[in-house]
Write a protein that binds this ligand. Structure first.
Ligand SMILES: [Zn+2]
Length: 291
């Protein structure tokens, strides 16, 4: 008999495929670890997904598509969704409509070179860098053939956020990206935030840091709470499943954010893979009737 509780929605475990030095925090570190953890971390993730029989969405940097074409082919051959995380992790805050357009086209060309076709319909900005300051980015995504975005973080945290934006899947209005427009033509699928109305609080449970730092029972309660109401998406990085890799020296706060409980991640993922039903973000949008 399955231990899996029944929920009305599916969940998506997404992965942002980048190296140590791509993250904003690690850029500040004085030394880079010499070894890339992309191959080791992504392979470990693919093995875990295969072991549990789930499909996932990989938001990959163009630089990684170029450096590791075999990993990209493996993702596709194992039924996963390939999506775009930009070329080299430059936040969209630093782009113009022209340079952002060029970047997306460069990414698509690389994908066609590697796969012979281009299945990409999803985008997640580095550092969740689409917010009220650059709503034009959504117009560029529409024009460049994307069906959904996962870049608007619907609460304010240290480095980013759009407080007031919906926490569930919605269609951003062209006038106000934090408002739903039923006739909108781009879908926003934000990463998981648990809204506990009774307590008047929002808890971001989407990311690897929260998975690592929060006790599993607490994290799981947040996910259960969401999944009774709507689908959710989590996100994790290859560096979070390679606890044995060498580390960048960081100040105590950034060090805590980056490294706390790294050794617990794989066991927690296994638990979550058994507790919920998982699929790609694109598949969830199809099942929910959004696409
Ligand atoms: Zn990233």
């Amino acid at each position: 008999m399955s231990r899996r509780p029944e929920f009305p929605h599916l969940a998506s475990f997404s992965f942002d495929i980048e190296d140590w030095h791509h993250s904003e925090i690690n850029k500040v570190g004085s030394e880079r670890p010499s070894e890339s953890i992309v191959r080791q971390g992504t392979t470990a993730i693919l093995e875990l997904l295969s072991k549990h029989g789930w499909r996932s969405t990989f938001f990959v940097l163009g630089d990684i598509v170029r450096e590791h074409p075999d990993l990209i082919r493996r993702m596709i051959s194992e039924g996963h969704e390939l999506a775009c995380h930009g070329m080299s992790h430059r936040p969209v805050w630093q782009a113009t409509p022209e340079t952002f357009t060029q970047e997306l086209r460069e990414f698509r060309k690389l994908v066609r070179d590697v796969l012979g076709h281009d299945p990409v319909v999803g985008f997640r900005a580095p550092t969740f860098s689409i917010d009220r300051s650059n709503p034009w980015a959504l117009d560029v995504l529409r024009a460049e053939g994307f069906l959904y975005d996962s870049s608007i973080f619907p609460m304010k945290v240290k480095m980013y956020g759009t407080p007031g934006a919906p926490v569930g899947i919605y269609k951003p209005s062209r006038e106000n990206l934090a408002e739903h427009d039923p006739s909108g033509d781009l879908i926003e699928f934000p990463v998981a935030i648990a809204e506990i109305h009774r307590l008047g609080i929002k808890i971001p449970v989407g990311g690897g840091f929260y998975l690592r730092a929060l006790p599993l029972a607490f994290f799981r309660a947040g996910l259960d709470h969401i999944l009774k109401r709507r689908p959710f998406a989590l996100y994790l990085h290859p560096r979070e499943v390679t606890p044995e890799a060498s580390r960048t020296p960081l100040d105590p706060v950034d060090g805590f954010i980056t490294y706390v409980n790294l050794h617990t991640v794989v066991a927690k993922m296994e638990h979550l893979f058994e507790r919920y039903r998982w699929t790609t973000m694109h598949d969830i949008l199809v099942r929910e009737g959004m696409i």
